[in-house]
Each structure stands twice: as structure tokens, then as C-alpha cells.
Ligand binder design. Sequence first.
Ligand SMILES: [Zn+2]
Length: 265
Amino acid sequence: MRGLLFSSGFIFSILQGLLFQTLLFFFSSFPISADTLSGSLDTVKYLTGDYNKSEMLVKFENKIEKNIFFLRKDAANALEKMMEAYDIDRENISKQHIFISSAFRSFSDQKAIWEGKYKGDRKMRESVSGKTPEQIISLILEYSSAPGTSRHHWGTDFDLNVLKNDYYKKNGKGEFLYEWLRKNASRFGFCQPYNEYDQRGNKGYVEERWHWSYAPVANKLQTEWLRLYKEGKLNFKGKYTGSDYLKDLPPVYVSSINNACAKIK
Ligand SMILES: [Zn+2]
């Protein structure tokens, strides 16, 4: 009897060990927790904006403008709180309220922007005529992401108010707003990924004072995007005009962001 008990206990402990190993393998293959990502949605599709927005994101309505945008629920909640705090602080000082001008953009939304600029239908700093594909790409990449590489795919990032740096500079209408954001946005989890160009080793997109990111989630998504790219799982060749000339620019543009974002957990 004693021998039998010993052996069944022994077998039990082996099974327990096997179960533990299996669970360890299962969880280690998902470095981002399910609630940070989407649970059932494929990671590659999510990170490259190739999904139905209502599957992952919630509606965000500008209170005065009444137009609707899509964001992750965690980002939208944090933004609501930040707007409330800003409205209290700006009273009798600034007439400029916060509103969203752009939030989620899908792969195909970004493709329309990209190809519009590539073909010269959308205005840029210089005309595309007479330029090589490489020159056109670097011109577009001053302000616009290649499809599949945009932080706007993630539902964590949005553009505020006016898409011009001057609006936020000294004597601009959004001067108080911008100074307030610089001081307070991190308390709500937000950072400005495209800060002064020379603060990022003159790499990536030029400065965008209007673009803000919900860092606690976007930081993880950025790490995951770069990991998948390195593994060859994010491939844009043949997917849009000029995609064959991107070479290794995508990870440079995805990783060249404000150091302050990484400090927000
Ligand atoms: Zn933006």
C-alpha cells in the first residue's frame, strides 16, 4: 500500500511539473498581456491597422464640435480626465479648449494619405515632380507615416486642435494649451512622441506639437512592433506605391521618439 501511494504521488508530481512547463510556454509566447492587446485580434493585424475599428476601439465625441473619432478605451478615459483638468486650469486664461482632429487611422486610411502624397495629389513642402522614389519617400516621411508603421493604427495616439506648430508656439492661440500639456500631460499618461527633432538625434518625423500618445500602452505596442519587424513578420513590400523602396526606414521612424515617453509606465 505504501509503495502504491508513493508511486501515485510521484506520478502526480511529474504531471504537475509538465502542466507548469506547458503553462509557462503558453504565457511566454504572449509577451503583452491580453488586455493590453486585443485578446482575440491578431497582433500583426492590430499593430498595422488592419482591423475593424469597432472591434477594438470606442467612440470619442468632441463635446463642442460633435464629430466622432475612435480610440482605445483606456486612452479615451485618460484623455477625458486630462480635458477636465485642463478646462479648470484654463478658466479666465485661454479660450482654447482641447479637441481631437484625428485619432485612429486604418492601414487603408493611411494608404490613401500616403499614395495621395506619393502621386502629388496631396500638397507637400515640395512638389514630387522630377524626384526619385527615395526622395519622394523622405519628403512624405517628414510628416506622414508609411501604412503599417503609424502610431495612429494603435488607438493610443491622436492629433489635437490645429496641425501647425505655430499655433502652439509663443503668441500662438494654443500657447497656453501647449505649455499646460508639457507640464501636465504625463500625469494622465500622455507624451508628445515627436518633440524637437534635435532631441531625437535628428531622426524620424519632424516636430509635431499636436500629436500625443497614451504611453502606458503605446510603449508596449512600440516594443512589440519593433520585435515583430525584426522577426520579418511585418512586411510591406508590394502593398502600396513606393513600398519596395522603404528598405529599413520603418524601424527608424517607429523608434525615433521622445525619450520622455518611455518614463511613463
Ligand atoms: Zn498624428
